[in-house]
Design a protein around this ligand. Sequence first.
Ligand code: GDP
Ligand code: MG
Length: 440
Amino acid sequence: GLADRLQSTLQRIRGKGKVTEADVKEMMREVRLALLEADVNFRVVKDFIKKVTERAVGQEVLKSLTPGQQVVKVVHDELTTLLGGEQSKLAVGTKPPTVIMMVGLQGAGKTTTTGKLANHLRKKLNRQPLLVAADIYRPAAIQQLETLGKQLSLPVFSMGDQVSPVEIATKALEKAKAEHYDYVIIDTAGRLHIDEVLMEELQQVKEIANPHEILLVVDSMTGQDAVNVAESFNEKLGVTGVVLTKLDGDTRGGAALSIKAVTNLPIKFAGMGEKMDALEPFHPDRMSSRILGMGDVLTLIEKAQTTVDEEKAKELQKKMRDMSFTFDDFLEQMGQVRNLGPLDQLLGMMPGAGKMKGLKNVSIDEKQISHVEAIIKSMTKLEREQPEIISASRKRRIANGSGRTVQEVNRLIKQFEDMKKMMKQMSGMMKGKKKGGFKF
Ligand code: GDP
Ligand code: MG
């Protein structure tokens, strides 16, 4: 699938310390193929590749990322833009009820999504929705919604299949106003194909219901067809948002990637399964991460960027050069690492870390870190700055004060000295290295 292909392509470039223009070109060729194969609109693909290439070549280096990671970040950013950029939320009426009309082809998932959305509004936002059964054509469509309503303990308004959808919508709205419902969600009929008669009927429902949202429910398995469907519905009805369903299945992903770019309609929700809780507000950035299979690696990268303060890093570099690195600095560094979050969680966010063999043996022990902290905090100011004065009697005092053993104190001092040595070597290597953009 799309995700697999993009992931293996990006995997190759991610680890690179140096990225040449040829590397980018080759990667873009593969990204392009992967997108086309996923049935993404070819104009969208062309535009996407152009943007990513422009940004990936000759961009500024973020110090905390390798060039390979930067390219991945560019792909991620552009993919996020393609998917709509910011999250697009449901409109809310100035006074209740907020009216939502569900439209789409038969089998797209309108009725299921009506139930899911009502469930979401009640559970997550604590709002009272009224579900309206306005599909009078499909056999058992009314019953389907009533069953969902029972299952969710939510009211369903229905008048059987002998009354017009316009009349059903009118009566449902009267009831919702009188009984102070927060939302009215109208489940309408679909057809197998775009159909003039259906469109006219939907227009009439729209006219009397005056909906705040017309959500087009689209089956993501249908690829580029979904885009054509979206364009027709939008032209006839003025759609306000899209719900992409069946993203849990073996979808090629083309619909998700083309729909916003071609129709400029925001994707508001994603259906991730048949169950009533399988609806998620659509977050372009998360979707992009999911497609690229990056787990939360970008969150990790961003965290690293904001947590490790630039100024502090400079100061530390200077200390490394001057060899004035103290136990206090050591403590502060540890604090920064900790700010990134629990270490096992941090490892979980790294792609492939879960699959790594022997990771269990590498377990980073939070407890051990707090022991180190305790030991350093039992040192005097002078001891922290000049560890060489720590005599045997001082070691005993520090051990007692921190509740650790003398051996542990010894081990920490040894580690600290090793680290200083390592830093000396590193700062030697860094000397003469210029900062600035990476070009290729
Ligand atoms: P409608 O004709 O547009 O009202 O479509 P339905 O709501 O009746 O859904 C058609 C089929 O798609 C049903 O079997 C649903 O269970 C299924 N379905 C709807 N949404 C999803 C989804 O997000 N994931 C999966 N796997 N199935 C879905
Ligand atoms: Mg239906």
